[in-house]
Write a protein that binds this ligand. Structure first.
Ligand code: CA
Ligand code: CA
Length: 171
């Protein structure tokens, strides 16, 4: 079987979701990411923002499991991800954006302090990306690239849109 460039890129996306690197995606990857983000931004789990982040992470996991966990064992294997999730996400990128939105909304609230317009600075975004496993040397440029309108702030539509594009790579 020929592995396309497309499939290789999708496999790299799997590694992003598999936060603890144990070879499958499960609830622990999502709750672990929430926990790490709360630690980075010095936010208590029992606070409103902390609860929103855990809630968003759980909703994200449930949405991904609904799409990709074909055998229902509460784990998304690499094969389930590549053969199930990827094809369906590509067909319905808007759906993926909506699955991810509550989590991303909560990340912005945690990283941005929660006042103002709900947007966060490029620097805070880079910190969040590092916590989520983006290599340090790439996090800054990745965060800057998210600021599509160049105002130095990253808002919900920018981050949701970028997220959907990243994970629904066109062929
Ligand atoms: Ca994992
Ligand atoms: Ca499974």
């Amino acid at each position: 079987m020929v592995t396309s460039e497309y499939e290789r890129r999708i496999a790299a996306r799997f590694a992003t979701f598999d936060q603890d690197g144990n070879g499958y995606i499960d609830r622990e990857d999502f709750s672990g990411a929430a926990k790490a983000l709360l630690a980075e931004f010095d936010t208590r789990a029992r606070s409103d923002k902390g609860q929103a982040l855990y809630g968003g992470a759980e909703a994200f996991w449930q949405g991904m499991a609904g799409i990709a966990d074909r055998d229902g064992d509460q784990r998304i294997t690499r094969e389930e991800f590549v053969n199930g999730a990827v094809k369906r996400l590509r067909d319905t990128p808007d759906r993926f954006a909506e699955i991810a939105r509550p989590f991303l909304h909560a990340v912005l609230a945690v990283a941005g302090g929660g006042d103002g317009d709900g947007a966060v600075g490029v620097e805070e975004t880079a910190r969040a990306l590092k916590v989520l496993g983006v290599p340090e040397e790439l996090a800054g440029s990745a965060a800057a690239a998210l600021d599509t309108d160049g105002d130095g702030r990253i808002g919900e539509e920018e981050i949701v849109g970028a997220f959907a594009r990243y994970f629904t790579v066109p062929e």
